[in-house]
Structure formats: C-alpha cells, structure tokens
Ligand binder design. Structure first.
Ligand code: ATP
Length: 457
C-alpha cells in the first residue's frame, strides 16, 4: 500500500498557497475549498491542457460554456429529479448522517473510534433516498414554480445545445462538444480534502456518433483519456481501468469504465474520470420532454437518427489532487542534514516556471537578476527572491514545484552568464543570460515530465 500523504499535502497546500479551506475565518464551510495563488495556476494549467487536447488540437470537437442555471425540466428529462439520490441513514443518538451504501467505510463521530452502529446506543434509521441537487429559486417569489437547480453535472448543457452547435459549426457526425464548468452536489459524506466536495469543476466531452459505431469510438476514447492522464505525469502503476459491472451500470448505459488513480493510504484507487457509452438516452429524453426533434440529418447518406453518445467526464479538482499526490515526495539530500520536500510536477503544470535568485544583495547582482526576471516574465511565470540563504530559497521553490532555479552570482555580472538549477536532479548548467528564455522554452516544449539537467538538448 502506498503511504497516505493527504495530511502532509493539506498542510503544505495551505502553507504554500495551493488550497485554503473556504471561509476559514468563520470555521470553514463544509467541504468547500478555495484555490490560492499557486493552486489556481496549477488547476488552470491542467484545464488548459485538457482544453488543448480535447478542443484546440482537434477539428472534430467544439467548445461550449453553458450556464449553470437551466430550465428545471432539463433535470426531469435527465432523470436527476427522480433518480439522482444516495441512500441516507441518520443516527438518532449522535445526529450524524451516513451514506447507507458506504457504511463500511464510514466513521462514527464519537469516541472511541468505531463504525456507525457499533456503539451500544447507536440508533440508525432505515435508509431513505436523499436527492443530491442544490435547489434555489429564480426571481423574487419563493414558490414551487420558481424552483431551479444548481447543475449537478455539465453534460446537460451540452445535450440541450447539440443541434445549436451542430448547425452553427456544420459539423458532421461523428463529432463532439466539450466544456469546463462548475457542478454542485449536496454530497452526504464529502471529504478527503478536495477529492469529494460539494462544489467542484468538471471537464466533460460528449461525442455524438452513429448508432452501431459506438463501441469502436468508446474504445478509442477510453485509450485517449488514459494517455492524457499519463501525459500529465501520473505514474502508470497508479492508474487502472475499472469496468462497471452489470450492477453498477446505469440502465441506459451500454458500457462504462472509470479511470482510477491510487491516492495512497486507505483511500487507495479511486475514480478520477468516467468514460461512458450513454446510447441515445439523453437526446431521446430531451426530445420527449421538449417536444423538439434532436435528430441528426445525414444528407450524404440520406439517413436521419438520434446519435449515440460517448462521454468522457473528469473532475478538474480531483485530477489536480491526483497530480499533487503523485508529485509529492520527501527525500534526503546528499551532503545535507535536512532533507527536502518536492512537488515534482510535470514542468508544464508547475505554477511557477522559474525562480530567479541573486546570490548576494550587492555588486549589481539584484539589478541583473531583476532585469532577467522581467524578461522571463514576458513568457513564463517567475518568482523573484533575494532573501535568505540560497539553499533555503531553492527548497522553497522545490516545495512549490518550480522546475528551474536561476542564480546570478559574482561571475554573472562579469561574464553575463547564469546558472540554471534543475529541481529534480538538482544538476546545474551554466548559460548566457541572453539564452535563458530560449533554454527554458526548448525544455518546456519537449514536454519532459521531470526537471532534469541531463535532459537539456
Ligand atoms: P463518485 O462515484 O465518486 O460519486 P460519480 O461516478 O458520481 O463519482 P460522475 O458523475 O461520473 O462521478 O462524475 C465525473 C467526475 O466528476 C468524477 O470522475 C470525478 O472526477 C468528478 N466528481 C464527481 N463528484 C465529485 C465531487 N463531489 N467532488 C469532486 N469531484 C467530483
């Protein structure tokens, strides 16, 4: 079993400004988190990578940004009003609530630590269905006619816009629509840091195909999505497919695989993405509830049909957490007493690309360093730091996951060259100050997964 690093990560994330608890000064909001300066850069880099892979680099997928609030009938058609619920049990003794299907993994809040039902006076109720959608009201009147929901998934915005996008772009089936956006679920037992939260972000793509060709597209997307996660630098042996059994499969689904990542500790392998063959269920439902035809007309072959949908659905927060867990390491440093903590991100994902450090605060070093930092900043995120011992400044950037440290020393001002120190092997190369941007750009373009001096071409 891989070690549980969540506790270490939660404190590192707060200390360095990756993730803060929401409304912390008021005691926090239940399982809602805020991304700090480093976290927002990291998550944006991941979202950007997804958008590039799914939309920009393809000519058969279009982008969309649909609204969070939708017509309430959408959620009747999609089955969320009647069926998007988890079985809930209450304990009348301690007032805690648990998911009935996850009792074995749950913890009674009372001491000594036991599972729900194991204390002598536990009084668990019969399970009842609890709908996970957040409800609110549209307009000034709070009555049932004004009820709207915060979307529990982004997918429905894509389904209801299927024909709008197809007609506007003149795409031909097979083609897809992708979007990134917030989703909200009133989870009964959120937790494990940002793994399960009540407000989160999804990156979803629905690929519309001709019925009968669906399984071939399904297999292709399954592989493409695994490859994307590998491209983020997630270790191959931490990733696995989990095939949904007949019992897990939704009634309309023809096949479903989760991509699971090993978070370590007791959490272990958990879903980070779902790849689903949803048949024509969603479009058919919307056709029925809206009384609008949602057919694709294949003029070349004189056919019309409701397409099948292959869906890929990944949580931006969950994959960001996986990237952090995968990257975190604590290691000894040869020749030094103190070890170091490193977030060994894929350099393309690192929030800060370069730390710039004058070795001392004199002899023109800060001036040269500031000038160099300003030049690099035009292309990459930079952190300028002139305070404290150089070793400590390197360590701080190791913890932030910064791949390159650029040091200006006594020789730099005379020879106009600098040292680039690489985060992972701590190797150093000496380059002309004029070449720094070029060297970093070339390294980042090569898409190396580590920051290693031996990989400089
Ligand atoms: P789970 O079984 O973990 O509740 P799910 O099967 O309901 O997840 P989907 O509806 O398939 O999840 O959502 C797709 C993706 O959205 C998940 O793989 C996950 O990455 C993300 N996701 C879903 N619920 C949450 C949540 N509460 N917090 C963070 N991410 C979530």
């Amino acid at each position: 079993m891989r070690p549980d690093v969540l506790e270490t990560l939660v404190s590192l994330a707060k200390r360095r400004g990756f993730v803060f608890q929401s409304s912390e000064i008021y005691g926090g909001t239940g399982s809602v988190w805020d991304y700090g300066p480093l976290g927002v850069e990291l998550k944006n880099n991941i979202k950007q990578r997804w958008w590039n892979a799914m939309v920009r680099e393809r000519d058969d997928v279009e982008g969309l940004d649909a609204a969070i609030l939708m017509h309430p009938k959408v959620w009747e058609a999609s089955g969320h009003v009647s069926g998007f619920s988890d079985p809930l049990v209450d304990c009348k003794a301690c007032k805690a609530r648990f998911r009935a299907d996850k009792l074995a993994d749950a913890q009674c809040p009372r001491k000594p630590s036991k599972k729900p039902g194991e204390h002598a006076d536990c009084q668990l109720t019969e399970p009842r269905q609890f709908n996970l959608m957040f409800k609110t009201f549209m307009g000034p009147v709070e009555d049932s006619a004004a009820v709207v929901y915060l979307r529990p998934e982004t997918a429905q915005g894509i389904f209801v816009n299927f024909l709008n996008v197809q007609q506007a772009t003149r795409q031909k089936v097979p083609f897809g629509i992708a979007q990134i956006g917030k989703a909200f679920r009133n989870e009964i037992t959120p937790g494990n840091f940002t793994f399960r939260t009540r407000e989160f972000e999804q990156m979803e793509m629905q690929f519309f195909v001709e019925p009968g060709t669906d399984m071939e597209h399904f297999e292709r997307w399954k592989q493409a999505r695994l490859d994307w996660h590998l491209g983020l630098g997630l270790d191959r042996d931490r990733l696995e497919f989990h095939q949904h059994s007949d019992k897990e499969l939704a009634h309309y689904a023809r096949a479903a695989f989760d991509i699971n990542f090993d978070f370590g500790g007791s959490l272990g392998f958990q879903e980070i993405e779902g790849v689903h063959n949803r048949s024509d269920f969603d479009l058919t439902q919307h056709q029925q509830f809206s009384s609008k035809k949602l057919e694709y007309v294949d003029q070349a072959n004189n056919k019309r049909y409701v397409p099948y949908v292959i869906e890929t659905s990944v949580g931006a927060d969950r994959v960001t957490l996986a990237v952090m867990v995968n990257a975190l390491r604590e290691e000894a440093v040869p020749g030094e007493q103190e070890g170091r903590t490193v977030l060994g991100f894929h350099p393309a994902l690192s929030p800060i690309k370069a730390g710039v450090f004058p070795l001392t605060k004199k002899d023109g070093q800060p001036e040269m360093a500031e000038k160099l930092a300003a030049t690099i900043r035009k292309k990459f995120t930079v952190f300028y730091d002139e305070a404290g011992a150089i070793g400590r400044r390197y360590r701080r950037q190791d913890e932030a996951g910064t791949p390159f440290g650029i040091t200006i020393d006594g020789d730099s001002t005379a020879n106009h060259d600098v040292t680039i120190r690489f985060r992972d092997d701590m190797g150093q190369i000496r380059v002309s100050a004029d070449k720094v941007v070029e060297v970093l750009a070339k390294y980042l373009e090569a898409d190396h997964r580590t920051a290693d001096s031996k990989l400089v071409g």
